[in-house]
Design a protein around this ligand. Structure first.
Ligand SMILES: [Zn+2]
Length: 633
């Protein structure tokens, strides 16, 4: 995917912030183990209320969350959480093992280490911490990351606790699981780089691999998360949170660059109309919809809701205007409305597309005194939400004349971004008085110096040579985090190492793509599968079917899955019989095309035997039989 403009000509600037969970035996401030709880039998609730800072200022993001007036429900299981996570007991001392890892990273990134670790409280407003703040401690500043010849500055290396896991949200409440709260995270913030999205992705990959080379980080989906601060033309900075896959970074940066450039173009169009400030008004138009052709509005009114209309002077045509595909002011507004748990918006540039008839449109225009140069936006839903959301829509429209507003957005699974909330003010920090400071002495640094790992590039090359697998596959194996399992199992199997590596790397990816929860299929299962293939109990082509069955909990292990699928490997003489039948049935084709009939025959044979026997093996036998047949002829 190419950008429709040159990223350096628009000063595309991206700052990376990587969050990596550490593979410690317990959490950062208590002795709970790190595990994902399937059952969460206990729960309690808390409500957020914003308080003024010492300067009498209230954070805009905090007000935004408060106005949603949501209750936060925390669900937990004593196997993975205790009173510390519930904020009913003070934190214990900081996990020394986690601190060691941060020190190791500081040494690897050539950063300046602080002498004393002070744990601080950073205010969080989205309910993801039971206490309303996150504990965080700076370990080092001012390092550098070397990527080929290029240097990227490291601003800080911080140790912090992970937040609670959001498991659901509705109009009234947010639901969190406490199992993730308190898992040690290392946060590395880099200096912004200007230009190429691919280079930004390369930086992310390089940093992720450098972290992995310590052998002290967690693995699997969700254990590494990337935040990106993106701006164009030195404009407002948009914070994109939670890119879960490093290889999505480039795509997210491109999406955001196009969106921001589109907003800048929309602002230009607005100014071309001679507008210097956006004039909006809001009216309750519920009465106008006693009869309506819109099913969306009818549904809202049936639920006792209200319809508000935001009228924007002189903006007709610009709410639906699309400078780049998918970039519209209307979409921006709809995302804000959805972030506040309302369904979406209807606006005057798209009314007919949205199921209104022309007559109704002019009736509304008349009722709200909107001339044909004005645009209007309809918001329907529960009264309290509609009032709040109409104000947010007005605020957003007023900013549209300046181009890109500063906001916090969430990355989606497919590499796009969605509105979350306004950007919070500079983060407010207070000292955590429950935890004593920790001195990092010379001996400790020396001890960690001895643990400096081999560079990841070297590790990948060694792996590729030692097992005769391609460098690309070796790198995929490295990125998967399952090298140890691979090295333990590969030498003991008769299977080609490339096949072992491919199954280890590809199966979890395919299953995740099909929507299976990672926790249903662990690596022990995949290793059991490799043994079954190795022992001739099943063909490798059947791997995915077996794992799907286990993922759907229709089989408890590989053996049961093989039995259920009836995949027990066929005997060689049965295969030969099938091949002979196919050859005999196609003798005309063989007489006519000779060798070139092979792929057709192979297709016919595989139709019968697929999943029961290895494809390469079938091809070998078929080729031999075909040569025999051609000699006979
Ligand atoms: Zn705990």
């Amino acid at each position: 995917l190419n950008l429709p403009f040159d990223p350096s000509s628009v000063k595309l600037k991206v700052g990376l912030e990587i969050h990596q969970q550490l593979d410690t035996s317990s959490k950062l401030f208590c002795s709970c183990p790190i595990l994902k709880s399937i059952d969460l039998p206990f729960s309690f609730e808390r409500r957020l209320s914003p308080s003024q800072s010492e300067l009498g200022h209230i954070d805009p993001a905090a007000i935004f969350e408060y106005k949603k007036a949501k209750v936060n429900f925390y669900k937990w299981n004593p196997e993975s959480s205790c009173l510390v996570e519930a904020d009913e007991e003070p934190p214990h001392n900081l996990n020394e093992d986690a601190l060691d890892t941060a020190i190791l990273m500081a040494l690897m990134l050539n950063a300046w280490m602080v002498d004393e670790i002070h744990v601080m409280r950073k205010i969080v407003i989205d309910g993801s911490n039971t206490s309303g703040f996150q504990r965080t401690a700076v370990v080092a500043l001012d390092g550098e990351l070397l990527i080929d010849e290029e240097k990227v500055g490291v601003q800080s290396i911080t140790l912090e606790e992970d937040a609670a896991r959001l498991i659901g949200e509705d109009r009234r409440a947010r639901y969190f699981a406490l199992d993730r709260l308190g898992i040690p995270l290392i946060e590395i913030s880099l200096d912004p780089v200007v230009g190429d999205p691919d280079f930004v992705e390369e930086i992310a990959l390089h940093l992720g691999r450098t972290l992995r080379s310590t052998g002290r980080v967690a693995r699997g989906l969700g254990t590494i998360r990337q935040d990106l601060n993106i701006s164009l033309l030195d404009g407002e900075v948009v914070e994109v949170k939670g890119v879960q896959k490093l290889n999505l970074v480039g795509k997210v940066v491109r999406y955001e660059a196009v969106r921001q450039m589109g907003l800048i173009k929309i602002a230009e169009e607005i100014r071309k109309r001679g507008i210097t400030s956006i004039n909006c008004s809001v009216k309750d138009v519920t009465k106008e919809f006693e009869i309506t052709s819109s099913s969306v509005i009818r549904h809202a009114l049936e639920a006792d809701g209200k319809v508000y209309c935001v009228i924007v002077e002189k903006l007709a045509g610009l709410i639906g205007f699309e400078p780049f595909p998918g970039v519209r002011l209307g979409k921006e507004l709809a995302e804000i409305v959805r972030a506040n748990s309302l369904g979406g918006i209807l606006h005057s540039d798209e009314l007919q597309k949205q199921g209104f008839d022309k007559e109704e449109e002019s009736r509304i225009r008349k009722a709200v005194h909107a001339d044909e140069n004005s645009a209007f936006i309809l918001i329907a839903g529960e009264e309290r939400s509609v009032t709040n959301v109409a104000n947010l829509v007005v605020e957003r429209l007023k900013k549209s004349i300046h181009g890109v507003p500063a906001e916090t957005r969430a990355a989606t699974d497919d590499g796009e971004t969605r509105y979350m909330r306004p950007r919070p003010g500079a983060s407010r920090m207070y000292p955590e008085t429950d935890i004593p400071e920790i001195f990092i002495d010379y001996d400790r640094k020396q001890r960690m110096m001895k643990l400096l790992p081999i560079q990841w590039q070297q590790k990948v090359m060694d792996l590729s040579k030692r097992y005769s697998v391609s460098e690309e596959l070796a790198l995929q194996l490295y990125d998967s985090g399952y090298i140890d399992e691979f090295e333990a199992i590969a030498p003991r199997l008769r299977l080609n190492s490339s096949i072992v590596a491919t199954i280890l790397v590809e199966m979890p990816v395919r299953l995740a793509r099909e929507g299976f929860d990672e926790s249903t299929i662990n690596h022990e299962t995949i290793i059991a599968l490799l043994h079954a293939i190795n022992d001739g109990k099943v063909a490798k082509e059947a791997s995915i079917d077996i794992l799907r069955l286990i993922g759907r909990r229709e089989a408890s292990d590989v053996k049961e899955a093989i039995d259920k699928l009836g995949l027990l490997k066929m005997e060689e003489d049965e295969l030969e019989k099938i091949i002979e039948e196919v050859i005999n049935a196609n003798s005309h084709l063989i007489a006519e095309k000779g060798d070139r009939s092979f792929s057709v025959l192979m297709g016919e044979v595989m139709k019968v035997v697929r999943g029961r026997i290895d494809g390469e093996f079938v091809s070998r036998i078929l080729r031999a039989k075909l040569i025999e047949k051609m000699k006979d002829a």
